[in-house]
Design a binder for this molecule. Structure first.
Ligand code: ZN
Length: 240
């Protein structure tokens, strides 16, 4: 059983009827439905709940946290960001989606600006699988075609990914590192690009398969040995 928490800022859905029409149960609802009937237990958390829905109790019972944010990165409290970061370092998986590239939690874990080029102009996107043997690419075709999406273009100011799983091509000519893995402390992190709120991307079967694979990959199933730091007594007799 993998315990997934889907966090969404849930603001576009309230402000933009087009978004509410595409995602009647919220972007979080569409993402959470990926895990229905699988080996997962799913919780939902949104920005406007107390502690943004990310209480100590929720995070303690989360193996993988999905993060979708865009309009309101600045409204996320630094205390909660620190709490999430501590859990990632202690082994919780984190999957950062689309405009979450500019979230406080992603920026603090990456240590770079995480800036990029963007354009909202119905670009066609082809997401190429460049690590076909990777668990996150399991069952994913050579490329996923999205007829219309927001463009994200290089340069994307991130540290070099530990593994690059997907690269996007856009009809305007740009390319982008769309699927990037990292490890921070004991935590697995995956950034996945697609998912602009005015397109039905999270209903696309292959995109949903990537989210499913990402949850399985990011979860630390086995207990993690807590490292011991600081002044240490010798394990063997030392020469006097
Ligand atoms: Zn967007």
């Amino acid at each position: 059983m993998i315990r997934v928490t889907v966090w969404n800022e849930n603001r576009h859905e309230k402000k933009n009827p087009r978004v509410a029409e595409i995602y009647p149960d919220g972007i979080h609802g569409a993402i959470a439905s990926v895990f229905a009937g699988q080996e997962f237990m799913v919780q939902i958390a949104t920005l406007d709940e107390p502690e943004h829905g990310l209480t100590e109790a929720v995070l303690e019972t989360t193996d993988v946290l999905f993060w979708w944010g865009h309009l309101a990165h600045g409204d996320v409290s630094d205390t909660i960001v620190e709490r999430v970061k501590a859990r990632v370092l202690a082994g919780m998986g984190l999957v950062v989606l689309h405009s979450g590239h500019f979230s406080k939690i992603f920026k603090v874990l990456m240590g770079t600006t995480c800036d990029l080029k963007w354009r909202e102009a119905n670009d066609r996107e082809r997401i190429w699988t460049v690590a076909p043997g990777h668990p996150i690419a399991e069952g994913i075709p050579e490329n996923i075609l999205l007829e219309a999406e927001e463009m994200y273009g290089e340069h994307f100011d991130i540290p070099a990914p530990e593994e690059l799983v997907f690269v996007s091509w856009f009809s305007g000519g740009e390319v982008f590192r769309s699927g990037c893995t990292y490890r921070r402390g004991a935590g697995n992190i995956f950034y996945f690009r697609p998912g602009h709120e005015t397109y039905p991307t999270y209903h696309h079967q292959d995109i949903r398969q990537v989210l499913l694979n990402a949850a399985r990959w990011a979860a630390n199933i086995n207990p993690i040995t807590t490292p011991v730091y600081g002044n240490a007594k010798p394990l063997e007799p030392l020469p006097s």
